[in-house]
Design a protein around this ligand. Sequence first.
Ligand SMILES: [Zn+2]
Length: 215
Amino acid sequence: MGKTVARVARGKARTDRPPGTDRPSRAEAENAIRTLIRWAGDNPDRQGLQGTPARVARAYEEWFSGYAEEPRDFLSRTFDEVAGYDEMVVLRDISFESHCEHHLAPIIGRAHIGYLPRHRVVGISKLARLVDVYARRMQIQEKMTAEIASCLDSVLRPFGVAIVIEAEHQCMTTRGVHKTGVTMVTSRMLGVFRKRVETREEFLSAIHLRGAVQP
Ligand SMILES: [Zn+2]
């Protein structure tokens, strides 16, 4: 984690930054935060707020460190020795924090990943990192779900991939309609998980969501 932040801070290894996003200096970023503090109605020069622009800039480096990482790189290390294992692999309840691209408000949730390997598997920690890379960008949940699925599908080339994400959106709980306890569920089913009802049901029951998600 610390390594990732340091890489962002140096502005290197940017692999997935959208076009047209020249990086401003840290001073410019901190000034923008001072402006937002003034916009909110407070004085950025009062004692309690003096270090805030620098802290917020550092927090941004952590929250948005996913722009500096290319998930295909660390997924490329796979294991071929699976001793004939040909059942699905499921990793459930991968917690993540992301930010909605509409309000920059936190999205707090859990991702569940399933795939049916074709000869090779990937280390489970890599699956968790895959979620983090996409979560640590400005997101909408639907896009994040699809990105994780298609990345896994294109690197591992399994018989199928299933992703379900459940999350609470703080732009909905702390502002706007102010509805707490609402969870958004998104899913992406590829290959056999899309084609075969039994395979999909097996995955959904493994993550305790049977019957709740349509393909
Ligand atoms: Zn939002």
